[in-house]
Design a protein around this ligand. Structure first.
Ligand SMILES: Cc1cc2nc3c(=O)[nH]c(=O)nc-3n(C[C@H](O)[C@H](O)[C@H](O)COP(=O)(O)O)c2cc1C
Length: 307
């Protein structure tokens, strides 16, 4: 018997059994979340962004709670693509998870190299999320996703992986629609909205910034309405461009709001750090909401807020 409601969704032709996916950076590089959840039952696992080479990340402290969420300056620490393929991917694939692999770079050439190293992955890897919300050292450390040109160059550079490219954008821009359009025109099949907002916290006793990276990325409930607005604006401007909605999703209702704004599926990050089984709870709440509201196919909710 098929479950009620039908939770299957499609993101640019990629089929997911559930609309709730693990967001990048909040469930490790591999199968770590499998200790708490059956990874074959969630939409997909987005792995923490990988660079072509190993990268040590930022100095500690790297995370701090703030009102309405948290700040992180992990700084994209990671083992590099080759070691990830060898040491992390096999266990993740064996878990039955659908995998979204995420890459980052400091230059366009870095993105190209990371993408080349990802050629020939198995069918469990369904998409390449291109995290362009990171500093571009060839552009005075402005983020790639703060420039339409750099966005296009990074997305184009990742074509070599031979996977559908999903562009992960920052909300710290004047027009997220302009950046999403640049990503789409360069070949992105979908956009992931959004990465963290920019924040900073001061340690009053030491009279210094709280985090080793000085500033950090704000995530959690405080980010939610910013992300919903980004999703809404992009869907309104480009309804044909699929959106992965991410930002402060903590309940099934938050996920439904993202979908109504225009998301085809929804990422959960900070909620998982607080409660490792959050994705299962959010999925149950979403099912209950659909049951109560007579929604038989969750995919029907995408974009309904646009009338
Ligand atoms: C500790 C931490 C690490 C993260 N690392 C990454 C990363 O490696 N790549 C990426 O694209 N986003 C990363 N993110 C951003 C999340 O994927 C997500 O876009 C953001 O946190 C907003 O969603 P949330 O409020 O549900 O956490 C990270 C977030 C946190 C909190």
């Amino acid at each position: 018997m098929s479950p009620t409601p039908d939770l299957s969704v499609r993101v640019a032709g990629v089929a997911l059994d559930s609309p709730i996916v693990a967001a990048a950076g909040t469930s490790g590089h591999g199968a770590e979340l499998g200790a708490y959840l059956d990874l074959s039952k969630i939409g997909a696992v987005t792995v923490k962004s990988l660079s072509a080479d190993p990268w040590p990340g930022n100095p500690a402290p790297r995370v701090t709670p703030v009102r309405g969420g948290m700040l992180n300056s992990v700084g994209l620490q990671g083992p590099g693509v080759a070691r990830w393929r060898e040491e992390e991917l096999p266990e993740l694939a064996a878990s039955g998870a659908k995998v979204i692999v995420s890459v980052w770079g400091k230059t366009v050439a870095d993105f190209a190299r990371a993408a080349e190293l990802l050629c020939g992955l198995g069918p469990e890897v369904i998409a390449l999320e291109v995290n362009i919300s990171c500093p571009n050292t060839e552009d005075r450390a402005r983020m790639f996703a703060q420039s339409p040109t750099a966005t296009a160059e990074a997305i184009d550079a990742c074509a070599a992986a031979g996977l559908p490219r999903w562009a992960k954008l920052t909300p710290a821009v004047a027009s997220i629609v302009e950046i999403a359009a640049a990503a789409r025109d360069a070949g992105a099949a979908a956009v992931t909205l959004t990465n963290t907002a920019l924040g900073l916290a001061i340690d009053l006793e030491h009279r210094r910034p709280m985090l080793g990276g000085v500033g950090g990325g704000l995530s959690g409930p405080a980010l939610h309405s910013i992300a919903v607005r980004s999703v809404f604006e992009c869907f309104q401007a480009m309804p044909e461009l699929p959106i992965v909605g991410v930002g402060g999703v903590t309940t099934g209702e938050d996920a439904i709001e993202m979908m109504m704004a225009g998301a085809s599926c929804v990422g959960v990050g900070t909620a998982t750090l607080a409660r490792p089984r959050a994705i299962a709870a959010i999925t149950r709440q979403l099912v209950r909401w659909c049951d109560h509201h007579g929604v038989s196919r969750v995919a029907e909710l995408t974009g309904v807020a646009h009338g």
